[in-house]
Design a protein around this ligand. Structure first.
Ligand code: GAR
Length: 214
């Protein structure tokens, strides 16, 4: 049984956004597995969005997202936060790399570091984040566990423009996911990620079509 057939009323519809003639130049930032990186890469290959991934920036040596990027010939840059004395210096290095790779839109796809004004001000309204809850509920780490432990019966995921306050900023798209009896954080996170992979590429196209970089 497909996920759609279990929960038809909770799934937001697919929307087909016109992608402008201009190819969006994406820089992806990720810390771990990279399934959202893969979803964006697939959406580009399938011509769902007119974009190119200029570079992957990752902060954890050995993160599987780097293997995924190498497999599809996306340049990778490891910037290990442990080598920087503060968040501002770390973000300064990231901005320098994003500029070097001519990035226009910054996509945080499982980026697990707090950001500073250094990054936000370098790419105003051009940084997009995906978070595994229906924001503003369950910000921060372990959002799936937070939802599971809270007693809510519906959670989901959010794609939003990034503001300075953690997991805040204008919401681009959300998708709801029901919490089923017997769910563990793993089973619930799997269903949430199914939705993340669907709405993240759509939200990138939406942000670009709204012209929020102007
Ligand atoms: C995703 O579920 C994303 O929403 C979450 O990390 C996961 C990364 O998965 N991000 C956050 O919690 C950020 N606050 P992935 O590495 O397989 O894309």
């Amino acid at each position: 049984m497909s996920i759609q057939s279990i929960t038809p009323s909770l799934i937001s519809p697919n929307i087909n956004l016109p992608t402008s003639g201009q190819t969006l130049k994406l820089g992806i930032m990720a810390s771990g597995n990279g399934s959202n990186f893969e979803a964006v890469s697939q959406a580009i290959q399938n011509q769902q969005i007119n974009a190119q991934i200029q570079v992957l920036i990752y902060n954890n040596p050995g993160a599987y997202v780097a293997t995924r990027a190498e497999k599809c010939s996306v340049p990778t840059v490891l910037i290990n936060h442990r080598n920087y004395k503060n968040r501002e210096d770390f973000d300064t290095k990231i901005v320098q790399q994003l500029r070097q790779w001519d990035v226009e839109w910054v996509i945080m796809a499982g980026w697990m570091r707090l950001v500073t004004p250094v990054l936000i001000e370098a790419f105003p309204n051009q940084i997009i984040n995906v978070h595994p809850s229906l924001l503003p509920s369950f910000k921060g780490l372990k959002a799936v566990e937070q939802a599971l432990n809270s007693g809510v019966t519906i959670t989901g995921c959010t794609v939003h423009l990034v503001a300075l306050e953690m997991d805040s900023g204008p919401i681009l798209m959300q998708a709801a996911v029901p919490i089923l009896s017997g769910d563990t954080s793993e089973t619930l996170h799997t269903r949430i990620q199914f939705e993340e992979h669907r709405i993240l590429p759509q939200a990138i196209a939406l942000a670009a079509s709204l012209g929020s970089n102007e």
